[in-house]
Design a protein around this ligand. Structure first.
Ligand SMILES: [Zn+2]
Length: 386
């Protein structure tokens, strides 16, 4: 559901106001799906056809699968936006899609709704494709493609609903546990432990597949298992940090806004004194965030005409917190780039919270609790897998 991947991605435009990007690893997903389909599935379903026919069908099916994934992510994104959470955008990558939100759901019910919206869309796509397949009986190639897309979406649906982090099912589970106990940190921990168990199970299955000779399937499943185990471990460390932070609010750890720039200003040559970012505002209202390493990066320095709005992060691309928001549930958003949140009172920026500020707060308690950045420099990748 939520998260972002590191590395570069290509902007693909906007759909219903939601930014869509393709991560470079999608370039791995497409040939993998093409090989599976043109080399295995379609020749088995329709023996004796030309290679060209198989390749054309495989290309159409792989493309429709990508569109299905995009629709699934749009489901999450639109549900979040409806509930008042800003959406940075949707990224397609090797293991599916990720939707990045500007903050955590404030109520268990919202979390469940956002997490369930994607699988609901996938179910809809599977039903529509499944219903369309018999109607295409006269066009065997199209029928084959649509039938495969229906089956693939069903598989994605079942997989996504496995009740462990970072899958949608894990978020639904957390929302439900959170609603029952009122303890967000404990609910996160349970969903993370469950995610790791699922990852370990899939890893075992991957090993069996490889030994049995299904090497490509095994490797793919192994990658997914590795992703699940890694992401749930990150989540578990954050649950421990969240517990240690207790009721600490954003206002208690924030530093005041050190420098404000307007969207039309030239990019300042250096950051505000002692602060990690400029707050971008006009008429006192938050417009974005200009992270210092971004402002001082060589490209900006080399292009003198560059304005703040050309390089600043728009709202949605970073976490926003209210002064009295409890910091713990927001950690998930803080570990991703730009590793800081803006504290807003209404729409007025009042402070910045960096991951380091939270870390410092945790240090006295660190003897008993894992700090949130235990996993070192490795960028935590969160989201759901397809
Ligand atoms: Zn999802």
């Amino acid at each position: 559901v939520e998260g972002d991947v590191g590395g570069w991605s290509i902007p693909m435009g906007r759909i219903l106001g939601i930014r869509v990007r393709a991560h470079w690893t999608v370039l791995l997903l497409l040939p993998a799906a093409m090989t599976l389909l043109a080399g295995g599935v379609f020749p088995e379903w329709y023996p004796g056809w030309s290679v060209t026919a198989y390749v054309a069908m495989a290309a159409a099916a792989a493309l429709l699968l990508l569109v299905s994934i995009l629709l699934h992510e749009m489901g999450h994104a639109l549900a979040a936006r409806r509930l008042g959470i800003r959406v940075d955008g949707v990224t397609l990558w090797a293991l599916g899609g990720l939707t990045r939100l500007s903050g955590p759901a404030h109520r268990p019910r919202d979390e469940v709704r956002i997490a369930a919206a994607g699988p609901l869309v996938t179910l809809g796509v599977a039903v529509v494709a499944g219903a369309a397949a018999p109607a295409l009986a006269g066009v065997a190639a199209a029928q084959g493609v649509v039938a495969w897309v229906a089956a693939a979406n069903l598989l994605v649906l079942v997989f996504n609903l496995l009740p462990g982090f970072p899958l949608d099912g894990g978020r639904i589970l957390r929302g439900m546990l959170w609603a029952r106990s009122g303890d967000h940190a404990r609910a996160t921990r349970t969903a993370a432990v469950s995610g790791r168990a699922i990852g370990a199970g899939l890893g075992g299955l991957a090993a069996v597949l490889i030994v049995a000779g299904a090497v490509a399937d095994g490797i793919w499943l192994g990658l997914i298992a590795w992703f699940l185990v890694g992401a749930s471990g990150t989540e578990e460390a954050m649950a421990a940090a969240e517990r240690a932070l207790g009721d600490t609010t954003a206002a208690a750890v924030m530093r005041p806004v050190a420098g404000v720039v307007a969207p039309g200003d030239p990019v300042p040559p250096a950051g505000p004194r002692g602060a990690p970012a400029w707050v971008v505002a006009s008429d006192g209202l938050l417009r974005g965030l200009l992270v210092v390493r971004e402002a001082s990066s060589p490209p900006a320095a080399r292009r003198p005409g560059l304005r703040v709005c050309d390089v600043a992060l728009p709202r949605g691309a970073f976490t926003e917190l209210a002064p009295d928001d409890v910091i713990g549930p927001a950690l998930e958003g803080l570990v991703g780039e730009p590793r800081m949140a803006v504290v807003v009172d209404g729409d007025r920026p009042v402070g910045i919270v960096t991951l380091e500020d939270v870390d410092r707060r945790l240090r006295p308690a660190a003897v008993h609790h894992a700090p949130p950045r235990r996993r070192g420099a490795r960028r935590p990748v969160r989201g759901h897998v397809r």
